[in-house]
Structures are given as structure tokens and as C-alpha cells.
Design a protein around this ligand. Structure first.
Ligand code: 5GP
Length: 115
């Protein structure tokens, strides 16, 4: 058995998390190291997909649910506009191999981060 991911442990209440949304299949927490005033991670409950490539091939509907949640969070916490970032692979900045999308919003002009 592989260890549960950090996100699964947060979902299970083993580690504290600041939840901003939750459905049956997707949840959202604030990133612990925010890169913008709104920096939320959108995460499927299942950790069977390592990255967005696997997710898109395996369950495109689940990916669509993640995008719908991103839009709702940006509307609720900012002006509805947002960046949606998936890091894919360690050299591209991925550190947690339980697929997740970064929602960045409320970004000050000229302060777009690249990470
Ligand atoms: P990645 O680098 O895989 O694209 O994104 C992983 C993200 O998870 C990072 O932005 C990192 O700050 C965030 N993260 C890592 N550990 C925790 C944690 O314990 N709680 C929360 N809320 N975010 C975390």
C-alpha cells in the first residue's frame, strides 16, 4: 500500500486544511504557501490520477468538475477572473503527485507569478 497523499490526509482531517469548497468528488483548500491573494488548490477526492494528463485521459468529466469549482471560487473570492495552473512532473514544479489545479486570483497588475 502506498501512503495517502498530503491532500488525502487533509481531506481525512489528519492534517488541518482551510477548506473553501467541497462536492462529492472534488474539494478545494487554500494553499499553505500562497503565490497570490487568492491561491486555492482544487483536488479530486480520488488520488488515482497523478497529473492532469492522466486525469484528462481517465475522467474528463472530473476535470470539468474541477474547472467548474475554480470558476465558482474565483467568482466568490475575486472578480471571477483567474489563472488555472497544473504542474506536470518534478521539473515543471509538481511536488504532490495527487492531481490538483492551482487557482490564482485577485492578482495585482504586473504581479503574475511563474511557478
Ligand atoms: P505542486 O508543487 O505539486 O504543483 O503543488 C503543491 C502545492 O501544495 C504547493 O503549492 C504547496 O504550497 C501546497 N502544499 C504542500 N503541503 C501543503 C499542506 O500541508 N497544506 C496546504 N494547504 N497546501 C500544501
Amino acid at each position: 500500500m502506498t501512503e495517502p497523499s498530503i491532500f488525502t490526509r487533509i481531506l481525512n482531517g489528519e492534517i488541518p486544511g482551510d477548506f473553501v469548497a467541497r462536492t462529492e468528488r472534488v474539494f478545494a483548500i487554500r494553499d499553505i504557501n500562497p503565490q497570490a491573494p487568492v491561491h486555492v488548490l482544487i483536488i479530486p477526492v480520488t488520488e488515482q490520477y497523478r497529473d492532469v494528463t492522466e486525469l484528462a485521459a481517465g475522467d474528463p468529466g472530473l476535470m470539468a468538475e474541477m474547472v467548474a469549482m475554480a470558476k465558482e471560487i474565483a467568482a466568490e473570492h475575486s472578480n471571477g477572473e483567474y489563472r488555472l495552473i497544473f504542474n506536470n512532473g518534478p521539473s515543471a514544479g509538481q511536488s504532490v503527485f495527487h492531481v490538483h489545479a492551482h487557482v490564482l486570483a485577485d492578482i495585482e497588475e504586473g504581479k503574475l507569478v511563474g511557478f
